[in-house]
Design a protein around this ligand. Structure first.
Ligand SMILES: Nc1ncnc2c1ncn2[C@@H]1O[C@H](COP(=O)(O)OP(=O)(O)OP(=O)(O)O)[C@@H](O)[C@H]1O
Length: 464
């Protein structure tokens, strides 16, 4: 078995059992050196990491390696100063990319394997391709943009910014771009990752006081052809990460490299995102994905069903499409629930009545309204016997101004809308919102009864 493949599997095995921070801090910096029979030689960057691995993670690592090798394995941790295995050390190409330089293999004319590429391809879901993406009115613009960019990276639209609510297909579309670009050009250096992973990698590179790792981080992201960052909204409020990402973005853009970004909202509406990033994200093309209509929902269900090789009747698909409207992930979840019931009950031709019973919980959840600024305003207005338009009016009487501040507080705490979006919905500027939120926070901490009143309101909103 190839060392690179073993290592990739090994990392995946460890990653699921560890927190991201622990993985990035202790495991990521390790380098596989050589597999000699069933002993894996691993290099740790310093004595402290070596000690930490040996005391805390070695047993798990041996367990995982034994499963991969299908025999009892051992692991030896060495330091870069150990010359015994020098000829096997990882080398860095001029671009910063790393590969294993087993000199004996090179002498035999074998091409060194690109570790980053293997890792990256493993991160892509093989099912998330353009072929499996169902086109509908809600996503046709984003789909066309993604196709155009994948066919001609960095010449069609740069950056491409895809946004839309949860579970509507942003990750699927981003990964379809990555697959398509790699299929057309296997040499392309494509990096796909969530902004959370970007943040974690950055933190662990900063945590390393030797500058080596920090510059490896920079090289990694500045020497690629296509960068896809999923769920960029997670870098909001993280000043250091935004700074690093800003420079990465500028470097790639200046070199005419494609950048594709996804988010749950358009750049302007992302809470605590720096203005300079917002403006850069808006340089290229912004494409939104909306909630799918009924026909698209049925078509998606049909497509998923074909992949699952199960027999679910059309009336059940229509029933699901009619009742699950909130997002496609839930739609898929509902279909999988019916398929699971049909399999577990041994009813290959499950009927609509049975399916309805199986779906009762899913559908009840789906009927809950999502918490939006509009919903909060409706409920607050109703509770305090005023109208929704009073909330955004100029009226300053206490009977209206106080519920207005309560609604501002709830909008800020129960949604992740930006201050600007909240301010617009109340026809005010953002400082007024901040003042209102502060006032209500203080009143809550000073008055238990008021706190109770607000908690009851929150329950009402959550259960609507
Ligand atoms: N148009 C589509 N055709 C087929 N499947 C789709 C489509 N849109 C979404 N899906 C499926 O719905 C599920 C959720 O999609 P995905 O994870 O891409 O959503 P997302 O917008 O990235 O969500 P989040 O913001 O929560 O990360 C996936 O299994 C995906 O394959």
């Amino acid at each position: 078995m190839d060392l690179n493949l073993i290592w990739t599997e090994f990392l995946s095995g460890l990653e699921v059992n560890m927190s991201d921070v622990a993985f990035n801090t202790w495991i990521e910096p390790l380098e596989p050196i050589k597999l000699i029979s069933s002993e894996l030689i691993i290099s740790a960057p310093n004595g402290f990491t070596k000690k930490m691995i040996e005391s805390k993670y070695l047993n798990d690592m041996i367990g995982i390696l034994s499963i991969i090798l299908k025999k009892d394995a051992t692991i030896k941790i060495i330091l870069p100063t150990d010359n015994t295995y020098k000829q096997y050390q990882v080398r860095t190409k001029p671009g910063g990319q790393q590969y294993f330089a087993d000199l004996t293999e090179n002498n035999n004319g074998k091409k060194p394997i690109d570790v980053e590429k293997i890792k990256m391809e493993q991160m892509l879901n093989p099912k998330y391709t353009f072929d499996t993406f169902v086109k509908g009115k809600s996503n046709e613009f984003a789909l066309s943009a993604a196709l155009a960019v994948s066919k001609n990276p960095a010449s069609a639209y740069n950056p491409l910014f895809i946004y839309g609510g949860p579970g509507l297909g942003k990750t699927h579309l981003m990964q379809a771009c990555a697959h398509e670009i790699i299929d057309h050009n296997p040499e392309a250096k494509v990096v796909y990752l969530s902004s959370e992973k970007f943040v974690n990698e950055l933190i662990s590179s900063i945590g390393d006081r030797s500058n080596k790792k920090n510059s490896a981080f920079r090289n990694k992201y500045r020497n690629i052809d296509v960068l896809l960052i999923d769920d960029i909204q997670f870098i909001a409020g993280k000043t250091g990460t935004q700074e690093e990402f800003f420079h990465t973005f500028n470097d790639l853009y200046a070199q005419n490299k494609q950048i594709i970004i996804s988010s749950d909202k358009p750049p302007k509406e992302i809470k605590d995102l720096e203005e300079r990033l917002i403006s850069r994200f808006e340089w290229g093309l912004m494409a939104d994905i909306q909630l799918p209509d009924y026909e698209t929902r049925v078509a998606i269900l049909q497509a998923k069903l074909n992949m699952e090789n199960a027999n679910i009747s059309r009336d059940i698909l229509e029933y699901i499409a009619m009742n699950v409207k909130s997002n496609i992930r839930e739609l898929e979840g509902a279909l999988m629930t019916v398929i699971a019931h049909s399999k577990l009950l041994n009813e290959p031709n499950i009927d609509l009545e049975r399916a309805k019973i199986a779906l009762r919980k899913v559908i009840a959840e789906n009927e809950k309204r999502p918490i939006t600024l509009d919903l909060i305003q409706e409920i607050v207005a109703d509770q305090y016997h005023i109208t929704v338009s009073d909330l955004s009016s100029k009226n300053r009487s206490k009977q209206i101004a106080y519920p207005r501040q309560i609604a501002m507080y709830l909008c800020r705490n129960l949604t992740d809308s930006s201050l600007i979006a909240i301010a617009n919905s109340f026809n005010r500027d953002h400082t007024t919102i901040m003042h209102g939120v502060d006032k209500i926070s203080k009143d809550i901490s000073n008055d238990e009864n008021f706190e109770k009143e607000i908690n009851e309101l929150i329950d009402l909103i959550k259960n609507e």
